[in-house]
Design a protein around this ligand. Structure first.
Ligand code: XMP
Length: 523
């Protein structure tokens, strides 16, 4: 197979292991290096004429990640560049149009990486320079029609960007008689979400809304463990979906399943692994499993990245407020509504108070649950407080998150954590607080500056006000790492003022923790 690619007469670019594979397959010498080369390296061009490195500076920073190396390239290859550790940083056989680099041009740390990729794609392969995902719509729709044949398509839609765009593509391809969606209202959604979905899809009776709040909340009664919550919600989804599949006769052979899987969901790495299991937890439903196994499935966005999905959505005429939505976790507000086993006081510490709620952190490769440190500070001082928070987490054992008190009815020393579970009342309280935050973020356009803005309810307070709100605005590229974002002073004051108008809210806090050490969500 690899040989076929190399003899097909098409341009090939090998990257890192790809360079070693090419060298090995074409008769070069690949062997273990004396030392590894991980991270930044300096690449020196040898001065050889090169299509791949045309216009690239003689010395430049690249990102390396290897120990094995190509000791001698195959016959016909010229060496274009070296580093102090690697004599074959880049090689090229322009007659066969085979190119290979040991470094990673695709990462931002390789300063001229994009130029190298452009050289390859535009000059060597002759790709269109103004390619955009929107132009691919007719092709994708052809594929949908081929795949569907004379069958119809149904979706479980979530209101999120991917499943909505996938649905709309199928609708465009097949027409409104042949595409249907089901939206499961778990009762754990944000305010107005079901209405939003109804408006987005409702026009032609395209969607069935399954009201399941009571079922989900009953299943969660008395549950406090974060992972158990996720498990129960997953199981409940399975039940509801199985029921719908049978009620709608979706296994009759006349239907195929549409899914909003996007390219990163299909790679088992980095931040996408979780998304993959999250989306594929639908696939644990036996009925859905049958459809997948028999190839009754269409995933029109499986080759696209998120920004391309948005471009396709724009081309289809979908509203910006739909396409720019922040990610929202499948288990919904349940994992933002923290619970506690028993009443417990806050503990005085040298730097603040320890709140005995359990929040997740990532330290090293594992997730840990630990109490939270609350400090007295108003988070309006640029990134300084976030830096201090990082130091505090590094210094304090058993803490993976630091929050600042923004407003409260009582001082921290008089507050405590209350035994609590997920109830209708607490979910409604969180929904209300979340709606206030969303409204103010949208009106001030702060929502455009953040990647996600979880609002968390913690069972901490005093007297009758037994819950507090934590604001967690973050910036991120892919959810794998994240930065706590500083909010404009005035906006934060207004948010706190509006939240403190809710009598059940005892305090408002601001999460100062980057990821790592704290996760984006609290559970
Ligand atoms: P963490 O909390 O791990 O979150 O930093 C990273 C991203 O994943 C989302 N997330 C979830 N999404 N089901 C989902 O659909 C889940 O159980 C879940 N947990 C976390 C989170 O919102 C963030 O975007």
């Amino acid at each position: 197979m690899e040989m076929a690619v190399l003899t097909a007469g098409i341009p090939v670019l090998g990257i890192c292991y790809g360079q070693q594979l090419i060298a090995h397959l074409l008769g070069g010498d690949v062997r273990p290096g004396d030392k590894g080369e991980f991270g930044l390296a300096l690449l020196d061009l040898t001065g050889e004429e090169s299509d791949l490195l045309r216009g690239v500076a003689d010395h430049q920073q690249v990102w390396m990640s290897h120990r094995d190396k190509v000791a001698a390239p195959p016959a016909g290859f010229r060496i274009l560049a070296t580093t102090s550790t690697c004599d074959t940083g880049a090689i090229e056989d322009s007659a066969r149009r085979i190119y290979a680099v040991q470094f990673h041009p695709e990462v931002v740390h390789t300063t001229e990486g994009m130029r190298i990729l452009r050289n390859f794609l535009f000059d060597i392969c002759g790709c269109e320079k103004d390619w955009n995902a929107g132009q691919r719509i007719p092709l994708v729709e052809d594929l949908i029609r081929q795949r569907a044949g004379d069958r119809n398509i149904f979706f479980f839609v979530s209101g999120g960007v991917d499943s909505t765009v996938a649905f709309m593509l199928c609708l465009d391809a097949l027409g409104s008689d042949r595409v249907r969606g089901v939206y499961v209202d778990t009762g754990l959604m944000r305010e107005g979400e079901t209405e939003f979905v109804r408006q987005t899809f409702g026009a032609f009776g395209l969607i069935r809304i399954e009201e399941c709040e009571e079922e989900f909340l009953a299943a969660l009664e008395g549950v406090r463990e974060p992972e158990l919550k996720r498990h129960i919600i997953g199981e409940q989804f399975v039940k509801v979906q199985e029921r719908i599949i049978h009620e709608m006769g979706l296994l009759s052979g006349r239907w195929i399943l549409g899914q909003g899987t996007i390219y990163p969901d299909t790679i088992e790495s980095g931040g996408t692994a979780k998304a993959a299991t999250i989306k594929t937890h639908h696939n644990r439903v036996p009925g859905i499993q049958k459809l997948i196994e028999s190839g009754h499935i269409v995933e029109p966005l499986a080759d696209f990245y998120k920004d391309e999905v948005r471009a396709i959505g724009r081309e289809l005429g979908l509203a910006p407020q739909l396409l720019e939505r922040h990610p929202f976790p499948g288990p919904g507000l349940a994992i933002r509504c923290l619970c506690a086993e028993e009443d417990q006081p806050f503990t005085r510490m040298p730097d603040g108070y320890l709140l005995p709620v359990r929040s997740v952190g990532v330290q090293g490769d594992s997730r840990s649950y630990a109490p939270v440190l609350a400090i007295e500070a108003f988070p309006s001082a640029g990134a300084r407080l976030q830096d201090e928070a990082t130091e505090l987490v590094n210094r304090s054992r058993g803490v993976n998150r630091v929050i600042a008190r923004v407003a409260s009815r009582e001082s921290l020393e008089h507050q405590q954590v209350f035994a609590s579970t997920i109830t209708h009342g607490r979910v409604a309280l969180l929904r209300r607080a979340d709606a206030v935050v969303r409204e103010l973020s949208r009106d001030s356009e702060f929502d455009k500056e953040v990647w996600q803005f979880p609002v968390i309810l913690i069972p901490a307070g005093h007297g009758e006000a037994r819950d507090s709100v934590v604001l967690r605005p973050i910036q991120s590229v892919d959810g794998m790492t994240a930065d706590s974002v500083t909010m404009p002073d005035e906006l934060l004051r207004e948010m706190a003022r509006r939240l403190m108008e809710i009598p059940e809210i005892a305090a408002v806090y601001y999460d100062l923790t980057h990821k790592p050490p704290g996760t984006i969500e609290w559970e």
